[in-house]
Write a protein that binds this ligand. Structure first.
Ligand code: ATP
Length: 353
């Protein structure tokens, strides 16, 4: 199975001819120049800056139009982008990330369909892919959550992405990364939508008491070092409905805002934000740099929660988190405890939150 999967990932890339690869990167560059200018860019300038012929530029512009980009061409002025649809592609992501991050998403792998972006990212990790490599897909056929649960992953409406990290610290510190990602995603979505998006400790991002984002962190470690970490993020962006099973606990940005959002733009924004938060976390070696801000976003802060997991379920008051990302709770007998995220789920006393 493993070899089979590796082969598929490899073939997808190898199937592209040299010419197609050139067109791909030219497309990303043209998109970047048009986007950055926000106005007309002459065909002459595109040719000169990119060192290609007029015909090559013209062909790429036509391809962009076919993909749904609304590009206007005016004689003596050049090309201008009027509207960018909700396109997910390697080129779109690359053009949005160029110059915006140092390492997060600087290498992009995009799949119209794949089993799970975490599986792809882990395979890429084993074949030497760089720290920060981003894997994104339009649809997952085997989207996964924690402890073997599934993640509903239909096409054309959501974000499924994984980032590969190669941290230099000890394995014990790695679980905190999942809280860093939850924080970065929540802050990015709040800034982008203006909605009161919150975090359900440790790593669910919620809106109006329903789950908007799921995060799955997986790692490969030795006793004293980390080979790699993969953080997978599933975001319900433009979904209109969910299966009956989760309809009461799941929501999407579109269902809350009534409008369609651009997934690639959101991905780029999250990569930018995560790079910044991750660097702060590496600098301090714990969550001290984001702890207070994380707590301000906690939906269960100062509330009675039910802890389900490793031991007998119990009810307690959530007091916040410590610098290691553990949930601090006061039990009914007055004793205080730090709950480790790995094994447990947290629920509200009366429902999901
Ligand atoms: P929880 O605290 O909700 O138990 P978890 O971290 O243990 O969270 P996850 O692994 O994040 O669970 O997510 C898997 C669960 O999320 C599934 O069991 C299902 O109930 C729910 N789910 C599956 N797909 C989606 C989706 N697209 N949107 C929201 N919820 C989903």
């Amino acid at each position: 199975m493993r070899n089979e999967e590796q082969k598929t990932a490899g073939t997808d890339r190898k199937c592209l001819s040299f010419f197609e690869t050139e067109v791909e990167s030219l497309k990303a560059e043209i998109l970047r120049l048009l986007r950055e200018s926000g106005s007309y860019v002459s065909g002459q300038r595109l040719c000169e800056e990119l060192g290609v012929s007029r015909t090559a530029v013209w062909k790429v512009i036509n391809q962009l139009k076919e993909e749904g980009y609304h590009v206007e061409a005016v004689q003596n002025r050049g090309y201008r982008i009027l509207d960018i649809p909700d396109v997910m592609s390697k080129e779109e992501l690359e053009s949005l990330l160029a110059g915006k991050t140092k390492w997060a998403g600087q290498e992009v792998y995009y799949f119209p369909e794949t089993d799970s972006t975490n599986i792809r990212a882990k395979q890429l990790a084993e074949s030497g892919a760089a720290h920060g490599t981003l894997v994104a897909a339009d649809r997952q056929t085997a989207g996964r959550g924690r402890r073997g649960r599934g993640w509903e992953s239909p096409s054309g409406c959501s974000i499924y992405m994984s980032i590969l990290l190669r941290p230099k610290f000890l394995p014990a510190k790695a679980p905190m990364m999942t809280l860093v990602m939850a924080y970065s995603v929540a802050e990015s979505l709040r800034a982008y939508t203006g909605l009161d998006i919150q975090i359900k400790w440790p790593n669910d991002v919620v809106l109006n008491g329903k789950k908007l984002v799921g995060i799955l962190t997986e790692m490969s470690t030795e006793i004293d070092y980390i080979n790699h970490v993969v953080i997978g993020v599933g975001i319900n962006v433009n979904m209109d409905s969910f299966s009956e099973e989760i309809a009461k606990t799941a929501t999407s940005l579109r269902m809350e805002m009534g409008k369609t959002l651009k997934r690639s733009t959101l991905i780029a924004e999250i990569m930018r934000r995560f790079e910044q938060d991750y660097e702060e976390y590496v600098k301090t070696g714990d969550l001290s740099g984001i702890r207070e801000a994380y707590e301000r976003l906690m939906v269960n802060y100062g509330k009675e929660v039910r802890i389900l997991g490793a031991q007998e379920p119990f009810q307690a008051l959530a007091l916040g988190i410590n610098n290691n990302g553990e949930l601090l709770v006061r039990k009914e007998d007055g004793s205080e405890e730090a709950v480790y995220a790995g094994e447990v789920s947290v629920r509200g006393v009366y429902g999901y939150v």
